[in-house]
Design a protein around this ligand. Structure first.
Ligand SMILES: Nc1ncnc2c1ncn2[C@@H]1O[C@H](COP(=O)(O)OP(=O)(O)OP(=O)(O)O)[C@@H](O)[C@H]1O
Ligand SMILES: [Mg+2]
Length: 621
């Protein structure tokens, strides 16, 4: 973690604050004006109180007479000062609050937008827990010092004013001020330096704790079925314990420094009284002046703490900011090209892989990436169906993501209708090719919203047509509210096969000219799967797409015009299903093995299509 040494935390923290001020200059000006007003009034009040004591109270005690005029004047002055102070506090608080929360909101938006811009490769390297904490606690931490910042700036102005007024009053008292104020400042700086590593550690642990919590909730099913509750709880408890220790060490440091920061101004007051008494005897100052200065030191103590608050939050802010900036500065987003394929054409597209190589980025930059694909060359001719077959881990999903440009190849070319996919605009790419991923994702929204995704030109008719093609119209019609049915978070109220068909319908609704199906119907009854594929190859409206389908089942593969057989990232053989069966032993073994497994599964399990009632009930629950 690049939180740096405690030495440069101050400088970097101040730069973060500078950025905040540059982003919200007007609100900051309002808040600081309120704070400066407050600070100057604090000084003024000290002198008014001094005046009351020296000119009203002392004569009253000495001579037993009260100067009513002076008293009334002082009372009015104090009242006026109080009212103005309220205005100052109001302006400062309001401005600081606005500034802090506006910055938080703005950076939350920026971070989440960046997540969506960053390539899949980046997401592979970052856990969901980290992403959550970047967008939440790191953004908050980065802008924590904004709350006391205007107060601290106003206090600095106040201190300068106080020293000036001290010199104006008496040089000896001013020297006391010159000793105490820098000492206070230095103590605050030492405090924040000591705090830096502790805060950085706590912030990192906050992210880890939220990461573990997220993982155990996300994997609740595994945790429960494997009886891992105790281990998961222990894993969480140990990290939560570390966070607790880190926060306690923060608290302990606070416990040491807070009293010191509290005591220093009191020592200053004491020094003022001693020096002031001597100067009073010499006749260099009046009682009024002495009381004013002593009172000034007392009332200064509190605002000076604001500087400490800012400095104490700086390390945490820097730690949070570093983590936020890591997201904002992350590069590798895919630059899209400017070429558009004819948007009016409904003809199926041609997909070609030419000598494609691919390696996943290593988890750590210095390690070599593992070569996943090598010399992959094949074509999906317009309107044809090509099946991609191979053992698990062979690289089929990787080929599928390359085809729709979720990732870019390390070497080689991937073209759609002869145009390199890297030259296409994002919109043209999305309109031309659609991927139905191996793991279906359903948004926490209605069936309609899940399929239309707010895309132009997709009304209810188009949604139903897509559902029909995906063989999903039956179960959607049976849902309590039809298209308006909410499918829960991650579609938990849908069965696996229903979810797959919903995501298939989503891809079909955009009428892609190339459809990439990555094992997209594996949880669907084999007969329905074959029906879906047959429907896609020859749709009722007569506008078929080219199809690249990752498949295992004989019935599905048999429908393909050509089969590409991959092993360990290489195209080992290609041809029709029958040709490969007789010529490639590995292929025959794989298909047969899969068929046996499928038969066993079918004996033990019913697909949701066979038992529509249960799935209907699930939705009702
Ligand atoms: N995000 C990733 N980071 C690093 N390596 C990966 C990543 N995803 C996949 N791999 C590796 O790339 C290889 C190919 O994976 P891929 O998912 O393409 O296989 P597949 O043929 O789709 O397998 P399956 O049939 O199980 O879905 C595997 O060795 C896998 O370990
Ligand atoms: Mg796969």
């Amino acid at each position: 973690m690049a939180s740096g040494t405690s030495r440069d935390v101050l400088g970097r923290g101040l730069r973060v604050l500078g950025r905040a001020i540059r982003e919200q200059p007007r609100i900051f000006a309002v808040a600081v004006s309120g704070s400066v007003l407050f600070g100057l009034l604090v000084i003024a009040s000290a002198y008014v109180v001094g005046g009351v004591v020296g000119d009203v109270v002392v004569p009253a005690v000495e001579r037993g007479e009260v100067a009513r005029g002076a008293l009334a004047l002082a009372a009015t002055a104090l009242f006026g000062i109080s009212v103005l102070r309220v205005v100052g506090i109001f302006g400062r608080r309001l401005g600081a609050g606005y500034m802090q929360y506006r910055l938080q909101a703005a950076y939350r938006r920026r971070v989440t937008r960046r997540y969506l811009e960053l390539p899949l490769a980046w997401h592979h390297r970052n856990s969901t827990g980290t992403l959550l904490s970047n967008a939440n606690s790191d953004v908050e931490a980065a802008w924590y010092p904004i709350a006391p910042l205007p107060f601290a700036v106003g206090t600095l102005v106040m201190l300068i004013g106080a020293v000036a007024s001290l010199f104006f009053t008496d040089w000896a008292l001013a020297l006391v001020g010159l000793a105490v104020f820098p000492a206070l400042f230095a103590l605050n700086v030492v405090y924040s330096r000591r705090m830096a590593p502790r805060q950085a550690r706590a912030q990192r642990l906050r992210a880890e704790v939220s990461g573990i919590a997220h993982e155990s909730f996300d994997g609740a099913l595994v945790v429960k079925t494997m009886g891992r509750e105790a281990q998961e709880t222990a894993r969480f408890a140990s990290r939560a314990g570390e966070l607790r220790d880190a926060l306690i060490s923060v608290g302990r440091l606070r416990g040491v420094f807070d009293p010191m920061l509290e005591t220093l101004p009191s020592l200053g007051t004491l020094a003022v009284l001693v020096v002031g008494a001597l100067r009073l005897r010499e006749g260099a100052i009046t009682v009024t002046e002495l009381v004013s200065v002593a009172f000034l030191f007392t009332v200064l103590a509190f605002p000076v703490r604001a500087i400490g608050w800012v400095l104490a939050e700086l390390p945490r802010s820097v730690a949070g900011w570093d983590r936020v900036r890591r997201v904002l500065d992350a590069t590798g987003e895919m630059p899209y090209g400017t070429t558009t394929l004819d948007p009016a054409t409904r003809e199926p597209a041609t997909l070609a892989f030419d000598d494609v190589h691919f390696a996943y980025e290593p988890a750590e930059a210095h390690l070599p990436g593992a070569q996943v694909l090598g010399e992959v060359t094949f074509t999906v001719p317009a309107g044809k169906t090509v099946a991609l077959v191979g053992p698990t881990g062979a690289g089929k999903s990787t080929i599928a993501s390359l085809a729709v440009r979720l990732v870019d190849p390390g070497a080689g070319w991937i073209t759609l209708d002869g145009v390199d996919v890297r030259e296409l605009t994002a919109a043209s790419l999305a309109a031309t090719a659609a991927l139905v991923a191996q793991v279906p994702f359903v948004f926490d929204d209605t069936v309609r919203a899940n399929i239309a995704l707010d895309r132009a030109g997709i009304g209810d008719d188009e949604v139903w047509a897509a559902l029909r093609l995906a063989e999903a119209d039956g179960f959607v019609a049976a849902l309590p509210d039809g298209l308006d049915t909410m499918v829960g978070e991650r579609g938990t109220s849908l069965s696996g096969g229903q979810r797959q068909r919903l995501t298939l319908a989503r891809a079909l609704a955009g009428r892609p000219r190339l459809l990439v199906l990555d094992d997209a119907t594996s949880a669907v009854d084999p007969r329905v799967e074959a029906a879906i594929l047959a429907g896609l190859r020859a749709p009722a409206d007569g506008a078929p797409a080219s199809i690249l389908v990752v498949a295992y089942r004989r019935a599905t593969i048999a429908l393909a015009d050509e089969v590409i057989y991959v092993e360990q990232g290489r195209v080992v053989a290609r041809g029709t299903h029958t040709e490969l069966l007789s010529t490639v032993p590995g292929y025959a073994d794989l298909v047969t093995a899969y068929e046996q497994a499928e038969q066993e599964r079918e004996q033990n399990r019913t697909y949701d299509e066979v038992t529509p009632l249960t799935s209907g009930l699930e939705v009702d629950r």
